[in-house]
Design a protein around this ligand. Sequence first.
Ligand SMILES: Nc1nc2c(ncn2[C@@H]2O[C@H](COP(=O)(O)OP(=O)(O)OP(=O)(O)O)[C@@H](O)[C@H]2O)c(=O)[nH]1
Length: 365
Amino acid sequence: MTTSTLQPGQKIPATIVTGFLGAGKTTLIRNLLQNAGGKRIALIVNEFGDMGFDGSLVNGCADPGCSAEEVVELTNGCICCTVADDFLPTMEMLLARDNPPEHIVIETSGLALPQPLVRAFSWPTVRQKVTVDGVVTVLDAAALAEGRIALDEEALAAQRAADDALDHDSPVEELFHDQLRCADLVVLNKADLVSEEALKAVREKIAADIRPAVHIVSAEKGTLPIEVLLGRGSAAEDDMSDRHEHHHHHDDDHDHDEDHDDHRHDHHHHDDFESHVLEVAPFETLKAVEAKVLQAMALKGVLRIKGAVRIEGKTAPAMVQAVGPRVETWFAAGADSAGKLVVIGLKGLDLDAARALLGELKIAA
Ligand SMILES: Nc1nc2c(ncn2[C@@H]2O[C@H](COP(=O)(O)OP(=O)(O)OP(=O)(O)O)[C@@H](O)[C@H]2O)c(=O)[nH]1
């Protein structure tokens, strides 16, 4: 018999990790699982894109409490719409296990809003057994310090100026505010990349967007004590009124028909983004990958590139992670889907140029 830290009848706490693309959610969760101290944590990953890279990264975790069969991936996109189809059955499956988890961690897609997910915890079958322990919003302090991602700053201003199709109510900006508004804890990640003063300025800037009494903590590589991340007991599902979002689905009615009028705030955020998986040819060197990916990141609408590619003459595939102007590559044995890059960005991103730059293979008809 395995012992559980939960009392009989006690609801299983669930932590929702949200945050913008590339902010460091997966890194934070990997750290959390490695330091779980034997606590049985189930992880649900909601990935935007067709491949589960983040799942495979987390799978590499050496913690015996993190077994592969506990990792459940929803590969078909935004929780906002998959919640009824995939999230609930996934939860029910986890809850029906002989040995249910002691804690559930859900990584949302960087493009999903946390609010619809929190609301799903009010649904009867889930509510009886699970409660939201906390919503952790991970932010890229380096990006924010440079005014690049979200907030109404240079990056968006430049994008708007360059593209008439992007209007004042940028979905990226709304998404960012909504992720902050729902937070029980804000993690200013990548603190290693910014000065003390810049970190302080970012803190001040976001303070207006968070609910009172929500803490902002800074972190490097998402390294935070497990006690800070888990055990917050926020019961967010009972406290939604103050966690409002720009785009709101009615609580007990997930009917999409109501969204069919074209009122500005009633569109689906994920409609404003797209993601593509490119099968790419091997690169000559790591440096060559970095140079091409860097150029592709500068293309109109591209927000994030990640994946694993082949390097000529090397057996291990090279992992690629690009956020803003920062591109990281490293060799990693055992990645199964090498030769693929996921390009994520605003709808209408310059896909042709990305394909050409990244060397997409033409599949023979
Ligand atoms: N310098 C630095 N890099 C970091 C830190 N945290 C994460 N990174 C890097 O940032 C990149 C993105 O991190 P992820 O954890 O994959 O980010 P994510 O939020 O899960 O990204 P998506 O899955 O695209 O939403 C990776 O290359 C990480 O190694 C940090 O604190 N400092």
